[in-house]
Design a protein around this ligand. Sequence first.
Ligand SMILES: Cc1cc2nc3c(=O)[nH]c(=O)nc-3n(C[C@H](O)[C@H](O)[C@H](O)COP(=O)(O)OP(=O)(O)OC[C@H]3O[C@@H](n4cnc5c(N)ncnc54)[C@H](O)[C@@H]3O)c2cc1C
Length: 509
Amino acid sequence: MTAGLHLARRGLSVLLLEADPNFPGGRLQGGAAVTLEHNGRTWSFPGEHGLHGVWGQYHNLRAMLAREDIDPGFVPAKEEAWILRHPKSAVQWTKGGSALRKSWIPAPFHYLALFIRPRFLQMLTLRDLASMFRVLGGLIFATAYDPAVEDARLDRFTLADFFKGWSPTLQSLFLGLARNFTSARPDQVPQAGFIAFLRFYTLLRRDAWRFNYFNRDSHSALIAPLQARIEAAGGKLQLGAQVTDLIRDGEGWRVQWQQPPSSEAVPEAENEISEANASHVILALDIPGARKLLTHSLSAHALTWSMAVPSVVVRYWFNRKPKGSSAEPEAGIFTGEFILDNYFWLHRIQAVFGDWSQVTGGSAVECHIYGPPEILLEPDAVLLARGLQDIGRVWPELRSALITQSIRRNAATHSLFSGNTDQGLSVQTPWSQLWACGDWVRYPHGSLYMERAVVTGLAAANGVLTAKNLPTYDIQPVDPPEILVRWIERLLRWVRRRARSYGQRREQN
Ligand SMILES: Cc1cc2nc3c(=O)[nH]c(=O)nc-3n(C[C@H](O)[C@H](O)[C@H](O)COP(=O)(O)OP(=O)(O)OC[C@H]3O[C@@H](n4cnc5c(N)ncnc54)[C@H](O)[C@@H]3O)c2cc1C
């Protein structure tokens, strides 16, 4: 949508083909609403792929919103809890987010601010303290290597390798973070992806961890306004258009897609095939969609593909609010013996939930479940019941307070970033006048997720604009690391260079 909007703004004729028949926006799309009756009043809560956060370094997304005069209703994040449950032990928790973003200790040592929080210290054992140097070593290693920009040579290693020698509690904390950002298990997460996450969201700058939610569902806050801007600029968005073929046609392309039959009178009618010619095509697909299309149409067998993972999003409505200090953070992560991976108190974030809570005294929470695969195979009722049990473990006062619940299963389209590899698809594809964008697409910029989708969308649009001699758009860089990180980074890069040239000399001899 970023690419389409920016091309339409330059006066080009834009057609956006979206496979989903109901909602544009991919992993930010809307979904079926849940309705509730209370005292004769009907409340409707829009569904969505999952709550999203706009982080400190999302400069290009914010710049696009400012250019387009879109106000998504930012709600600043105040606090995130870390909730831990070891096997057979009680639940422990601490506030964490504010310690990181407000720490007076410069990056990359700002995590030490956690150690003046009594609840955090209570969660640690002597073994945790003894493994601190390994943890620090791992974090410092991550300052010297930028997998989002450099070609990845760590792609054989996973997070499980990165955590070797760490104590169970500290592993659990960072694992929780990794799961929440990558939605995958440690043996699935490429080390390069984890390092890219650490660098972009927390390691290099304290303010990178400052973030905002939208005060409404992602469709209303972001996707619907983007669609309106595209259409106002003369672009066209077609839903239910599954692109099946790309055929070279002179210098440009012929694009074929399938769509449901236009006549409702013949319910069993086959999908209709349509096609259009275009001088340039931008692929803005998820990983499985791009892989299927390019392998089929262009025999792109030499390309390598990152993994894409599924997720489950559950929501619970309660007739009362959670109590006590553990209810103060509006969001948090679960680690250890929980099926849930995170939570967001929706009545503290989204306006419609807030209004409902004020009138009824109720509360509502969204939680994500990222796996493992055998858990995601459980039936809906089992996942909902086990999630509710987790909530009850942390907030026992909600145990018999459930009003209603919902579950949404997201297909395996979420990108597991694995760094830049030579064989991955990049914005400028191997085929002329065919471009690619998306949060998994190769481009030398240290951003991830929504911001990376916007950055690569701008870069792909710029490719087309350059070819047509039209003015391009600026892409804002990631903020530089804090000064101490810069020194450490320079020192470690110098060591890496020396080690490499020493190795080469030995090989020559
Ligand atoms: C539960 C969850 C929570 C998240 N939270 C955050 C967050 O807090 N912050 C953040 O920055 N990011 C978050 N993300 C990630 C974020 O949603 C993505 O990074 C972003 O939406 C990626 O956009 P994209 O355009 O690259 O891909 P997508 O949004 O996946 O879009 C790809 C589109 O291609 C379409 N498509 C595929 N094949 C075809 C075809 N053959 N023909 C036509 N169309 C096709 C799909 O239908 C889809 O609309 C989250 C993701 C999930 C799953």
